[in-house]
Design a binder for this molecule. Structure first.
Ligand SMILES: C[S@@+](CC[C@H](N)C(=O)[O-])C[C@H]1O[C@@H](n2cnc3c(N)ncnc32)[C@H](O)[C@@H]1O
Length: 267
């Protein structure tokens, strides 16, 4: 029989599962219960989406800090998966009675179905627009969200500009994929993990496309691999001089996030 850790037993019991029952070896418990706690919310997850990690909550904290002196914010969450970042951020903005307009996008339609399911459990479904045209029209008036199937910014309307771009894209360097724990590499979606040769394939593309969609003084918050230090990451940024860069560590002291502030008008 599979031996669970105390944390895993608590998780199974909390969600009504018997820790003594038979489960496939190595399957993450979050895919057994279809639940993961993120920022105090229970998100639905299955094998179509990455299991959100605790360190990713820091992106929401950083975004809330940025929003706090504005009270009105436009944002997108690229590679939203379960919606953990974008939906949590929206929910916290709603609690604070801030006005917001957010697009949550992913290249996977299956993932977006889960985003929509989680929006419903967080009671955000009422503010989800049914068409992108409607979303663009209402941007100035109501708090609203839209879920968009898009390869990075490809399907984003050209005239939209955001205060904040949030993204936890796949960032594991391909050569390291084979060394991942079995629970990750055999169960979590490869396209949520594999970031190409150096782990920066999608991030490089995103940074190339992003300036058009970001207001001046707007920011991008990215989660990255701990090998994406200033030397590695800095050398990959198109038009480096146009950005102010801030490196941030996770709670284990590892390089984990990059905050990029747009200095001047870029195209
Ligand atoms: C590391 S997961 C992050 C999921 C979620 N944001 C989180 O933090 O838990 C990366 C997500 O990016 C999506 N993705 C991969 N390639 C993409 C692309 N070219 N455009 C948009 N999304 C992409 C994957 O489907 C996956 O949902």
């Amino acid at each position: 029989m599979r031996k669970f850790t105390a944390r895993e037993i608590n998780h199974l019991v909390k969600h009504g599962f018997d820790p003594h029952a038979e489960y496939p070896a190595e399957i993450p418990i979050e895919y057994i219960t279809n639940k993961v706690e993120f920022f105090e919310f229970d998100f639905f997850v299955d094998s179509n989406v990455l299991i959100p990690r605790p360190e990713t909550e820091q992106i929401v904290q950083l975004a809330l800090k940025f929003a706090s002196d504005r009270k009105k914010v436009t944002f997108c969450d690229i590679g939203t998966g379960s919606g953990a970042i974008g939906l949590t951020f929206a929910s916290e903005l709603q609690k604070r009675k801030f006005q917001f307009s957010g697009i949550l996008s992913d290249s996977s339609q299956n993932a977006l179905q889960i985003t929509a399911q989680n929006a419903k459990s967080l009671n955000l479904n009422k503010i989800v627009e049914t068409s992108i045209d409607q979303f663009v029209q209402n941007s100035e008036s109501n708090s609203q969200l839209f879920f968009l199937k898009s390869d990075l910014f490809k399907k984003y309307p050209k005239r939209i500009v955001f205060d904040l771009i949030l993204a936890n894209l796949p960032y594991i360097p391909s050569p390291r994929m084979k060394n991942l724990q079995k629970s990750v590499k055999d169960f979590e979606p490869k396209k949520a993990l594999d970031g190409g040769k150096d782990g920066l394939d999608l991030i490089r593309k995103l940074l190339k496309q992003a300036p058009k969609f970001l207001k001046n003084e707007g920011i991008i918050i990215l989660e990255v691999d701990d090998t994406h230090t200033k030397e590695v990451f800095g050398s990959q940024i198109p038009n480096y001089a146009n950005w102010n860069l801030q490196a941030l560590q996770d709670e284990n002291g590892k390089q984990r996030f990059w905050k990029l502030t747009k200095k001047v008008s870029q195209n």
